[in-house]
Design a protein around this ligand. Structure first.
Ligand code: FAD
Length: 464
């Protein structure tokens, strides 16, 4: 594309899952209109092989695509590899780093989120995206001891994946993985790990599920800000091995980190905890959450308290003809059983929904945002989370039904007033469909709850 001014009926900013899905859906629904996708990252993330487990729970792979490959799929699509540096909303104009400006009819902002940086010591690995799984692997190969800070999905996955070194896992909470699972499930994972170790079972391998890429900040240099966040299928081709013959995991619970410092002489990091304990390691990996990245769009739009661009259920922002989707947005949603967690499925669903809303009222948005769902793998187990899976917002006033078998399954159902409000399903439970349906139907289960988790009762049959 040459410099100067251009026009597109629809402009989408961001080449992550949300932006690409939005652009694809816009092209599909508006064949006679022009769509321009602008992405600072040269590699686009395209969702492929969507497999529906249930109505709303899905698995897919994320492929990397070039601009040309994506353009070849839709005659009305143009992809421009540049950063949006400035925005003139009253003129509906974007100013790009390439020198070009683009006028548009409707705009969707999908600029993602960036990892939160809590510690400033040079060389801390902040897990993000492109480029350097290789760097991480390389650094790990010379490391005997590492520290992983954070208790979300990424940290949990890394603790499982990294082999052959001593890992200090530093978490603020009282149990592991607490962004996603409760302490019972955490116990299940740890018990399963030690059982597996005792029986010398081979490491349970994840099916291709997540793609994780990293940008390593070297000596405190600024990390790449505009990379595309991770998609779902990382670790398979990427062995992450340290330098020690064995893996040893130490978890520091309820841990408050005072400082992280780099000692040039020993080339080690010294982590001081407020308990007085000091931990010395070769590598520090920080995975402590993300902050929405509205960039130059933040000045003219209403932001939510978490810094995301505030959107309604049609993904409209506070300005007309301006939409936002994916990690960058904060969705105000009155549905009681849904919560935003900035996950890849949500990025896809939001990109799809924004495109439908931008295309006209005849394009209805599917019921993605009525009940929260997420499928992932932790410690090699399939994990499906539905609704208020940790009793979020229920004020502790709920009943729990639990069935667990070490190293096999962990099933937790949350009921309030006899109705299904949330569930954690770990292992091959085959209960996803029926439990998801019970969230949608809000059937009164008061008389059935004694039997709900009876392994001899086939719930699918029962509710057929
Ligand atoms: P992104 O993928 O971040 O894309 C943003 C895009 O905007 C990029 O292409 C960027 O180049 C572009 N951009 C930004 N600013 C500009 C600008 N000014 N001009 C032009 N382009 C711009 N989710 C899961 O469900 N499961 C997981 O296991 C999982 N693991 C994760 C691990 C990590 C380390 C991280 C960081 C996230 C993980 N997530 C996971 C979350 C998931 O990756 C994100 O929710 C999802 O990818 C967000 O997609 P997005 O399109 O909204 O944003």
């Amino acid at each position: 594309m040459s410099h100067g001014s251009h026009f597109a009926d629809f402009a989408v900013v961001g080449g992550g899952i949300a932006g690409v899905t939005c652009a694809q859906q816009l092209c599909f629904l508006n064949t006679g209109k022009s769509v321009t996708l602008i992405s600072a990252a040269p590699v686009l993330k395209v969702v492929a092989d969507v497999l529906k487990i249930t109505r709303n729970i899905e698995e897919f792979t994320v492929r990397e695509s070039s601009a040309t490959a994506l353009e070849s799929q839709f005659p009305n699509l143009k992809v421009h590899n540049a950063r949006v540096d400035a925005w003139t909303p009253d003129k509906k104009r974007l100013h790009l780093s390439s020198g070009m400006s683009l006028d548009y009819g409707k705009l969707c902002i999908c600029t993602g989120a960036t990892p939160t940086r809590e510690f400033q010591a040079p060389g801390i690995l902040v897990i993000r995206d492109t480029e350097t799984v290789d760097d991480l692997r390389e650094k790990l190969s010379g490391a005997d001891e590492i520290a992983i800070i954070g208790n979300g999905g990424i940290a949990t996955e890394l603790v499982h994946k990294v082999q052959d070194c001593r890992i200090h896992w530093l978490i603020r909470n009282k149990s592991i993985g607490s962004t996603f699972v409760d302490s019972g499930a955490a116990h299940f994972f740890l018990e399963s790990q030690s059982l597996a170790a005792r029986e010398a079972e081979p490491d349970k391998s994840c099916p291709i599920y997540k793609r994780m890429r990293y940008t390593v900040t070297d000596r405190g240099e600024k990390m790449v800000d505009f990379g595309t966040a991770l998609g779902p299928d990382w670790a398979e081709q990427n062995e992450l091995r340290g330098h020690s013959p064995n893996k040893k995991l130490t978890i520091e619970y309820s841990c408050d980190i005072k400082t992280v410092e780099y000692d040039e002489e020993t080339r080690k990091y010294v982590i001081a905890l407020s308990s007085g304990k000091r931990i010395v390691v070769d590598i520090v990996l920080a995975a402590t959450g993300v902050t929405p990245n509205p960039g130059c769009f933040s000045n003219s739009l209403e932001l939510a308290p978490d810094g995301g661009i505030a959107v309604n259920e049609k993904f409209e922002t506070s300005l007309s003809d301006t939409y936002a989707a994916g990690d960058v947005c904060s969705l105000e949603n009155s549905e009681a059983l849904w919560l935003q967690m900035r996950l890849w499925t949500q990025a896809r669903q939001m990109g799809d929904s924004a495109a439908r809303a931008m295309s006209g009222p005849e394009h209805l948005i599917p019921p993605y945002f009525e009940v929260f769902t997420h499928a992932t793998h932790f410690f090699g187990f399939k994990v499906v989370l539905i609704g208020l899976f940790n009793g979020q917002g229920l004020g502790g006033e709920y009943e729990i039904l639990l069935r667990t078998t070490a190293n096999v399954e962990y099933i937790k159902l949350i009921l309030k007033d006899g109705r299904m409000k949330g569930a954690i399903l770990i292992g091959d439970t085959d209960l996803e469909e029926v439990i998801e349906n019970l969230h949608y139907s809000q059937l009164d289960l008061t008389d059935l709850k004694e039997n709900l988790l009876d392994p001899n009762i086939d719930l699918e049959d029962y509710f057929d």
